[in-house]
Design a protein around this ligand. Structure first.
Ligand SMILES: [Zn+2]
Length: 468
């Protein structure tokens, strides 16, 4: 039987500062090695100070993943020499001597199957190594410590996945959940990385290290399963090893033999005292947690009669649900939900577009109200929304500027219908014989008025002209 387990590393990107110093958690905006201090550089005599907010964020993640959260947590030194780690050890957590990390056993429901979470720990991210040069003589490795010390949460699952597809579904659920908690931005480059453990019936476990995108992880797992099955069929033993994903060649490559925990010579980090997380603190954290995605979805469907697939899109994305929550009232909720999921979604389909979008909840409410008051057609509201995303102008300004106001005046529409009846004699004849073809004529009127004619009134007037 195929067994896949995951180790997911997720940066707490919503925090202000690093895990043990006051350097910025958002290292991405700095020139290399400009977001560092004696603490994250591990200079002699410097002492770490724990970021309390990081402990709270990590505990919230543990709670959201149904994990046990202990009364006291401790930190350990994981000793190894590698240039991305200036201290020569990483401050992390360990559960060998009892449950001392932020989260113990928990689970996530994936399509009716319980995927067990083994533990959740809080640790510091190492620096980044950048490889440059092409030929052997010019190859160099650069190191950037801006990232060193960034708060990182490691989530370890049991090997409960039976195939790569389940892994993908789980990761989608997890990243929505982290985003909803407001602690991380899984879409940011490098903010979420994963290792996968893969084994097939009777074979050794192989670890695939440090894959930067979920898409690549799925491909790497597929490749690795095929490789192991082919070895197994030829009676060749599958070596227990660590492999790397080469995303250029789309294969996994053997990299080094796997270290055991004992190789790291873990010991207690005595520079950081044990942290007590008492029941009261945990109760407050639980109380302050945002509503879960599933409860939001249920509420949208039940309270506002929003279609389940629309409620699904709205609830699983914090950005859209925040817009919805701040724009709707009892009477227009369904229209706001549809406006977001049919029109807005298409206009801000990338991270950049979303970040630069000028649309506010007020805009959405104004658009829906204008459509309902028949001062704007559905079609014109879409044109207006596209403009709002770019300029942030108010709906009123756009109605004046862009000549988008709905045409409801009967004589004005009637004039246009007369013109169309002249131009489309065959279609008029068809509509007389087969009333179901009348929409062609309605469409022509809409075209001529750039979508501004009141559709219901247009249909009524055409029918009466046809004698129907
Ligand atoms: Zn620092």
């Amino acid at each position: 039987m195929t067994k896949i387990g995951l180790e997911i590393h997720c940066q707490l990107t919503k925090l202000e500062s690093k895990l043990f110093c006051s350097c910025k958690a958002n290292y991405r905006e700095f020139e290399p090695n400009h977001n560092v201090c004696p603490v994250c550089m591990g200079l002699p005599g410097s002492l770490p100070r724990l970021n309390q907010k990081a402990v709270e964020s990590a505990t919230s993640i543990a709670m959201a993943l149904n994990c046990a959260t202990p009364e006291k947590i401790a930190f350990f030194r994981k000793n190894y020499f590698y240039p991305d780690l200036p201290k020569n050890f990483q401050i992390t957590q360990l559960n060998v001597y009892g449950d001392m990390s932020v989260g113990g056993e928990g689970y996530v429901d994936v399509e009716g199957k319980k995927i067990k979470i083994r533990r959740i720990q809080l640790e510091e991210d190492p620096g980044r190594l950048i490889y440059e040069g092409t030929s052997d003589r010019t190859k160099i490795t650069l190191v950037d410590y801006n990232r060193a010390g960034t708060p990182l949460v490691e989530i370890v699952t049991d090997p409960d996945f039976e195939n790569p597809r389940q892994v993908r579904v789980f990761l989608n659920i997890l990243s929505d959940l982290l985003e909803n908690l407001g602690v991380a931005e899984p879409g940011l480059e490098g903010a979420m990385r994963a290792d996968g453990n893969v084994s097939i019936e009777g074979g050794n476990k192989v670890e695939i290290k440090n894959i930067g995108s979920f898409h690549d992880l799925e491909k790497a797992l597929h490749f690795e399963l095929t490789r192991q099955q082919s070895l197994h069929e030829r009676d060749i033993e599958i070596a227990m090893e660590t492999r790397h994903w080469d995303d250029r060649r789309k294969i996994t490559i053997s990299s080094r033999s796997k270290e055991e925990d004992q190789d790291y010579r873990y010991f207690l980090e005595n520079d950081i005292p044990w942290v007590k997380i008492d029941q009261e603190t945990r109760d407050v954290l639980k109380k302050n947690m945002p509503e879960s995605i599933s409860s939001k979805k249920e509420r949208y469907v039940e309270k506002y009669d929003i279609a389940p697939q629309v409620a699904d899109i709205l609830s699983s994305d914090r950005y859209y649900s925040d817009l919805f929550e701040n724009a709707h009232n009892e009477s227009n909720a369904k229209d706001i939900a549809n406006l977001i999921t049919t029109d807005l979604l298409g206009f801000i389909d990338t991270r950049e577009k979303r970040e630069t979008s000028k649309v506010t909840p007020q805009h959405l409410a104004d658009l829906v109200n204008a459509v309902n008051a028949k001062t704007l057609t559905r079609n014109s509201s879409k044109i207006a929304l596209q403009e709002i995303v770019k300029s942030g102008k108010s709906v009123k300004e756009l109605l004046d500027e862009m000549d988008l106001g709905q045409v409801s005046d009967s004589s004005e529409i009637d004039n246009i219908i007369s013109q169309i009846f002249e131009e489309e004699k065959q279609a008029v004849q068809d509509a007389k014989e087969r009333p179901e073809t009348v929409n062609f004529l309605v469409g022509k009127v809409m075209q001529k008025t750039k979508g501004k004619a009141d559709p219901a009134k247009t249909l009524e007037l055409i029918k009466s002209k046809l004698g129907q």
